[in-house]
Design a protein around this ligand. Structure first.
Ligand code: IMP
Length: 427
């Protein structure tokens, strides 16, 4: 059974936990998009793992971890995460595979990300400053790109870096008055990672073809959320990869026909980090309540997340976009204690009510939300194990969301632990 897990909102939906649960029955977990901008938190007992680059399956010994060609790899972060897991007794030796075609994030990408955002001032995207956009831009531009395969050819890499950094230095000094970077220092850093990364670099597309032929079970782990998808999200306030399941084919070479289940993960409310339209945002005491109760602060940057009501228009859109067959709703426990809870069922734009997500996200800036308002619940859900344990109003809330998004909600998150999940059907 092959399964793809993707975020249905603007990231941070709790995918890490769902991936971790499903990784138990998977031979292999694959990251196919994004880079160290992701922040997946997995909590097992009293241990908290915050992963940015490694697939969440890394914490499951025995599970093969694949970083496919669609990911942009920051070797500095990679080394740190491997070391962090090793210190907790989890080894990745022999089970981490990185595509030779994955592009490499280097210091000049992170610098460019920061310089560009600073120069944009109030129009900035609000990126994670992890160099993601500049690295993908170099990939598309082709002439100044470094891929993992380049670690195999140090002499060529040295020359390539000299050429790239000479170009970048001209660009950064002209545009941003930035001091020059030293190409040889960047090369030396690459050499310091080389021995550790070389054994992991391989043809991951072929590896996945073979896993499919052997009928192994593969879990594809999407990073970020579908509304941050470069082509189908709220452009330009998006990330630079296809963060919806549409990124699967280009990101790892495996077409959707080999995937049996597409599980979408959404929170019981909405959050977003960085700039961009957010129709259901509650910039008030409701948003504050959700932020504090749900610990809505970024795993990667620590930034407070913007919080708001569940947006069924946006999620119905991402469900269709990703061919999602079932959903996991996380953080249902966070909504406890609110007098009433709301679900956005339509937008009113220029006096017209619509239930589809606008193609030009600028239209969202003036969208008024049409809400379905429901009674809240006071009970703490965190110890509940069965759907029937939930208060009637919480069940009504889940079922109303389900009706709006048109697919079954099969898992409900009621706390951060692996065990705090209510299953509405067997895994
Ligand atoms: P970038 O991916 O760092 O270029 O950031 C672009 C936008 O995507 C910003 O609004 C970020 O806050 C957002 N973003 C990137 N990765 C994540 C994530 O894992 N969770 C939530 N938002 C993210």
């Amino acid at each position: 059974m092959n399964c793809c897990i993707a975020g249905l909102q603007w990231g941070d939906e709790g995918k890490g936990k769902v991936v971790d649960i499903l990784a138990e029955q998977s031979d292999c977990v694959v990251r196919y998009n994004g880079g160290a901008n992701a922040g997946h938190t997995v909590i097992i007992g009293d241990q908290r793992f915050a992963l940015h680059l490694l697939p969440s399956g890394a914490v499951r010994p025995g599970c093969r971890c694949v970083i496919a060609n669609g990911v942009v790899v920051d070797p500095a972060v990679l080394m740190e995460e491997i070391r962090g897991l090793q210190e907790r007794g989890i080894s990745l030796q022999g089970r981490l595979f990185i595509s030779e075609n994955a592009h490499v994030v280097l210091d000049y990408h992170k610098l460019e990300d920061r310089l560009r955002e600073e120069a944009l001032g109030k129009n900035k995207i609000g990126t994670t400053a992890r160099g993601i956009g500049p690295c993908y831009a170099d990939k598309v531009g082709r002439s100044y790109a470094v891929r993992m395969a380049d670690f195999r050819r140090p002499e060529e890499l040295k020359e390539k870096l000299r050429k790239i950094i000479s170009y970048k230095n001209k660009l950064f000094s002209t545009l941003y008055n930035a001091p020059p970077l030293d190409a040889d220092a960047v090369f030396e850093k690459c050499m310091s990672w080389r021995a550790a990364v070389l054994p992991c670099i391989t043809n991951t597309t072929q590896l996945l073809f073979e896993a499919i032929d052997k009928r192994q079970s593969i879990l594809f782990e999407g990073a970020q959320g579908s509304l941050l998808d470069l082509d189908h999200g709220t452009f330009p306030y998006v990330t630079s990869s296809n963060a919806s399941p549409l990124g699967l084919g280009p990101g790892c070479g495996i077409p959707a026909r080999y995937v049996d289940r597409f599980i979408g993960v959404a929170k019981a409310y909405s959050t977003r980090v960085g700039g961009g339209p957010f129709p259901t945002e509650q910039n008030n005491e409701i948003g504050q309540y959700i932020r504090e109760k749900g610990h809505e602060y970024g795993t990667t940057t620590g930034r407070p997340r913007r919080c708001g009501w569940f947006d069924a228009v946006a999620v119905s859109y991402t469900v269709r976009l990703g061919g999602i067959t079932e959903a996991a709703m996380m953080h249902l426990d966070t909504l406890a204690g609110l007098e009433e809870v709301k679900i956005c069922r339509a937008y009113r734009i220029d006096g017209r009510e619509i239930t589809f997500f606008p193609g030009d996200s600028r239209d969202l800036e003036t969208a008024e939300c049409v809400y379905e308002t429901m009674e809240g619940w006071k009970e703490d859900l965190s110890e509940m194990k069965h759907y029937s344990d939930l208060p009637a109003s919480a069940r009504r809330y889940v079922e109303t969301v389900e009706k709006h998004i048109g697919i079954p909600i099969t898992m409900l998150g009621v706390g951060p632990q692996r065990s705090q999940v209510i299953y509405r059907k067997p895994l």
